[in-house]
Design a binder for this molecule. Structure first.
Ligand code: DLZ
Length: 165
């Protein structure tokens, strides 16, 4: 049973599968780059710290969070990967863009995961303010990129456990 986490960067090292045999894609949106770059670094560092080889981590960037779904779909169609981590940051503004982007990316990434039967990780911050996002991109609440990398490895192992039955 997973307890409620107080910090996104906290994880039990013993509970994370060894990543040495996995190939992982990481796609980061260019919007709000201070936030997404910090999440990207957190994700890549965490993958490496848990055994994923540098040559097995494919990093790509896309213009905005809205593009993450189509980019993940293309990546899984063209590249042999075990999982894709999608990193974005949408901050509530004065227009309704926020709700359209959040709705589209959450549903879109789910669809891509189901279509390809691969973990597609939702490392997307959806916050009211930039400060709330920074707090979750290496700030006082940890780094959502770290959480995404840990989730990707756990889901790779989950999928593998089914193949072995
Ligand atoms: C247009 C837009 C707006 C208003 N806000 C954000 C945001 O907070 N975070 C983000 O990642 N992207 C934003 N975008 C860009 C869209 O995601 C997308 O790139 C454009 O609508 C073009 O499809």
């Amino acid at each position: 049973m997973t307890e409620k986490k107080t910090n996104l960067s906290d994880y039990n090292r013993d509970a994370v599968p060894d990543g040495s045999k996995y190939r992982i894609g990481v796609i980061a949106a260019e919007w709000n780059p201070t936030v997404t770059d910090a999440m990207l670094n957190g994700a890549v560092e965490t993958l490496a710290a848990n055994g994923v080889k540098e040559e097995n981590i494919m990093v790509k960037r896309v213009p905005g969070t809205f593009e993450l779904s189509s980019a993940a779909d293309m990546m899984l169609r063209h590249c042999l990967l075990d999982a894709v981590i999608c990193i974005g940051c949408v901050i509530q503004g004065e227009t309704r863009h926020f709700e359209f982007i959040c709705q589209a990316v959450s549903q879109g990434l789910t669809n891509v995961a189901v279509k390809h039967e691969r973990p597609v990780i939702f490392s997307v911050l959806t916050t009211d303010t930039m400060q709330q996002a920074l707090d979750r991109a290496g700030g006082k609440h940890g780094n959502k990129g770290v959480e995404g990398a840990v989730t990707a490895l756990k889901m790779c192992a989950y999928r593998e456990s089914l193949n072995n039955n």
